[in-house]
Design a protein around this ligand. Sequence first.
Ligand code: ATP
Ligand code: MG
Length: 206
Amino acid sequence: MEHNTRKIGIMGGTFDPIHYGHLVTAEAARDKFGLETVVFVPSGNPPHKRHKKVSAGEDRFLMSVLATASNCYFEVSDIELIREGLTYTVDTLRVFRDIYGEDADFYFITGADAVMEILTWKNVEMILKMCKIVSAHRPGLDMATFRKRVKEIEKLYRNKIYLIEIPALAISSTDIRERVKNGITIKYLLPEAVENYILKKKLYRY
Ligand code: ATP
Ligand code: MG
């Protein structure tokens, strides 16, 4: 009898705010690997953003819900937001394993800048054993440097990193926050519902 493994996508991020770069990347991965679902996981207290000002988890969670509401394959999880202390990807993956069971295959979806940093993550070896890494290129990063790092990680951990093609979107949350602060339009960089939420809650003004 054929055994169908469940394929679950996990899209981690600060999502401060979520934008079309995230959504296009997640949808491309879903489509390419036939994922049953992509779970967006707004970060709790990530060690690499410890010294940065990050919006309230509730705002980032709600913006993620608004942005993903129209895609029946997308969902949002609050597991990192309800966890105390610093949050690490390896712990999140353990929770996913508990939820979905031993049979599930996890596809951790990232942008190229995240892959560049992967070697600095806590328990990277364990993470690479627990999931497949899927990555889209991201403007601003030299393609040759990126491919070199991918090869390096693959060789070091004997683990393939799956690259996906997306139309390059030079959109970042940092740029969106800067625009709001400077009174520059953010229309068409992110879903309208998220734009309206930012206006309503007066986010990123200072
Ligand atoms: P910030 O500028 O605050 O760091 P960001 O735009 O990089 O925000 P994150 O929440 O940090 O967004 O990113 C979450 C994940 O989405 C990361 O793996 C990141 O590489 C990926 N990502 C973000 N923007 C894009 C994009 N435009 N194209 C491809 N991947 C992206
Ligand atoms: Mg980022």
